[in-house]
Design a protein. Structure first.
Ligand SMILES: CC(C)(COP(=O)(O)OP(=O)(O)OC[C@H]1O[C@@H](n2cnc3c(N)ncnc32)[C@H](O)[C@@H]1OP(=O)(O)O)[C@@H](O)C(=O)NCCC(=O)NCCS
Length: 235
């Protein structure tokens, strides 16, 4: 739990995203600065691919916080309480930032910000139950579109809506809550007003959720393919 005098900087929101390959980083990754909880979680993961994702994600996100907000990577402590956004706390300088991690296959995405942030990377998989999942977790008009499509176009439509809601769920700290996710309308926005950015690739989707008006810097994300959105609740 952050102490009451731990400060989240009040300057203009800045969001920095880093997309990297797990295998490309695994040899360099270390556990410097890990909390007992992180070590315990890591010890409980037996699948080698998931272990590498966890190791690289928790190492990379500290390196990113160090680059963006200063301090040594090992000074940043990972902190997340159920239902709250994840944070990194620099216990040496008494600073905090918001942080988010996502992995899919060999990809790891990390984001840090001085305001809430959530990131999600999803491989686009053609699966039978996407129309049913869309009905459960996407807005009705998106679910209708998914149901009308087949094959790859259906999977692309589904994972765009899904990744956006996963990113929003991480930014809020709740994860994806179906009843909430169904009531979110995703609308195009200018970069100045956006609170969502989506990168669409042939085999995967990357979504970033942040506070409206934040300045986004993306490293490792494909140049030129970003789309900006906002979101609103409807009843
Ligand atoms: C927990 C959840 C956010 C993980 O997302 P995912 O796409 O499966 O996996 P990702 O690799 O993208 O993200 C995992 C990372 O998210 C972070 N994370 C997990 N829960 C989080 C939460 N509530 N808030 C913020 N970040 C969270 C962790 O850092 C985790 O990585 P780590 O374990 O290596 O530290 C997602 O499964 C979820 O929203 N669950 C809610 C319940 C659910 O299943 N809803 C769907 C019903 S249709």
């Amino acid at each position: 739990m952050p102490s009451s005098d731990t400060e989240i900087p009040a300057s203009r929101p800045r969001v920095v995203l880093l997309l990297d390959g797990v295998a490309a980083c695994a040899d360099r990754a270390d556990q410097a600065g890990w909390t007992d909880e992180e070590r315990a979680r890591f010890a409980g993961i037996s699948d080698p691919e998931r272990r590498a994702q966890y190791l690289v994600g928790h190492w990379r996100v500290r390196g990113l916080a160090s680059l963006v907000f200063g301090g040594a990577p090992a000074d940043w402590r990972w902190w997340r309480s159920p239902g709250e956004p994840a944070r990194l706390l620099d216990t040496v300088r008494n600073l905090g930032c918001f942080a988010s991690i996502s992995h899919a296959a060999d990809q790891v995405a990390c984001a840090v910000s001085d305001d809430v942030v959530g990131v999600d990377v999803e491989m686009i998989r053609v699966e039978r139950e996407l129309a049913m999942l869309a009905k459960r977790c996407l807005a009705p008009d998106e679910a209708t579109t998914v149901a009308e499509l087949e094959g790859l176009p259906q999977a692309v439509a589904f994972y765009r809506g899904w990744a956006i809601r996963e990113a929003l769920g991480k930014a809020s700290g709740t994860g994806l809550v179906p009843g909430t996710a169904r009531r979110m309308r995703i609308v195009p926005a200018s970069p100045a007003d956006a609170s969502l950015r989506l990168w669409q690739l042939p085999d995967r989707v990357l979504a970033l959720a942040f506070s409206p008006g934040a300045k986004v810097e993306a490293h490792g994300a494909p140049a030129g393919s970003a789309e900006d959105f906002g979101w609103e609740f409807f009843s």
